[in-house]
Write a protein that binds this ligand. Structure first.
Ligand SMILES: N[C@@H](CCC(=O)N[C@@H](CS)C(=O)NCC(=O)O)C(=O)O
Length: 208
């Protein structure tokens, strides 16, 4: 079996490509984008009827939802690596994955159109300020968890992937500084410098 990841490099597919790279699993990337409408073509809708990206296949297994895809890849190809061996650490990876998905991702998705996509006239700056005001204090929790550590659990795991994709968005897409959270800022850059992540970033540059 070989993993196939469908999606565009600028989408949530990049977190799945990164996870595959970190595990060393053999994978193929098929570019499906919302920009050219390939996510709405019948071939792709047969894989993910919602038309959302990413999706993943691995033999007969078909998966959607980027963090669930990451979980699948980690469980099947990242044992002892991005998916740690002991159960307490596994649960801790899930804790931070759920934190990322439920506490942070909503805000990133809601802010993104107003800071990046919409024309200046359509941007709601008051909404952005309110959402940032709600989201940014949450990072105090991650700041504490990172004290004295290179990565959230000490060693690099899937938790770091699922969390840092959010702080990459804050820094790279929103142009914000993580200075109030020095541990989070240093860790974000540490994650960015990982060879597997740099490979995905190089794909992003090549795709532009
Ligand atoms: N919760 C889903 C969200 C997927 C999602 O909304 N993907 C965006 C691109 S990053 C998309 O496909 N948007 C186009 C659409 O909703 O039709 C996941 O994490 O995979």
């Amino acid at each position: 079996m070989s993993i196939v990841i469908y999606g565009s490099i600028g989408s949530r597919a990049s977190r799945c490509l990164w996870t595959a790279e970190e595990t060393g699993a053999a994978y193929q990337w098929i570019s499906i984008t919302t920009l050219d409408g390939s996510n709405r073509k019948p071939d792709y809708l047969a894989i993910n009827p919602s038309g959302k990206i990413p999706a993943m296949t691995d033999g007969d297994v078909v998966m959607t939802e980027s963090m669930a895809i990451n979980q699948y890849i980690a469980l099947n190809y990242g044992q002892g690596g991005v998916w740690p061996n002991d159960r307490a650490s596994q649960a801790r990876v899930l804790q931070w994955t759920f934190w990322s998905a439920t506490e942070i991702e909503y805000y990133i998705g809601a802010i993104f159109p107003h800071l990046v996509m919409k024309s200046a006239a359509d941007r709601d700056q008051a909404l952005v300020e309110r959402l940032l005001g709600e989201m940014m204090p949450k990072f105090a929790e991650l700041e504490s968890a990172l004290a004295g550590k290179d990565y959230v659990l000490g060693a690099f795991t899937l938790a770091d992937i699922n969390l840092s994709v959010q702080t990459f968005s804050i820094v790279d897409r929103f142009g914000l500084d993580l200075a109030p959270y020095p541990n989070v800022r240093a860790w974000t850059e540490r994650c960015r410098e990982r060879p597997a992540r740099r490979k995905i970033d190089a794909l992003a540059v090549a795709a532009k």
